[in-house]
Ligand binder design. Structure first.
Ligand SMILES: [Cu+2]
Length: 70
C-alpha cells in the first residue's frame, strides 16, 4: 500500500479540543493512517493512502468540522 503524507495549513484552531476535533474528523475517512496536528503552527500533517482518499476529501472534512484550510 502506497502511503502519502501532506501538510495542510489550518486556520481557526484555538485549543486542544480543536486538535482533537480535527483528528477525529479526518481520522474517520477511509485510508487515513496518521493525523498529526500542530496547534501553534496551525498545521495538520495527514498520512494517507491516495488510492482510498484524496486531499480534497481531507480538506472538506476539516472545513466540515468548522475550520479553514488556507
Ligand atoms: Cu478549540
Amino acid at each position: 500500500m502506497a502511503v502519502e503524507s501532506k501538510t495542510f495549513q489550518v486556520e481557526g484552531m484555538s485549543c486542544m479540543h480543536c486538535v482533537h476535533a480535527i483528528k477525529t474528523a479526518v481520522g474517520s475517512l477511509p485510508g487515513i493512517s496518521k493525523v498529526e496536528v500542530d496547534l501553534m503552527g496551525k498545521k495538520a500533517e495527514v498520512t494517507f493512502d491516495p488510492a482510498q482518499v484524496d486531499t480534497r476529501s481531507i480538506i472538506e472534512k476539516i472545513v466540515e468540522a468548522g475550520y479553514e484550510v488556507a
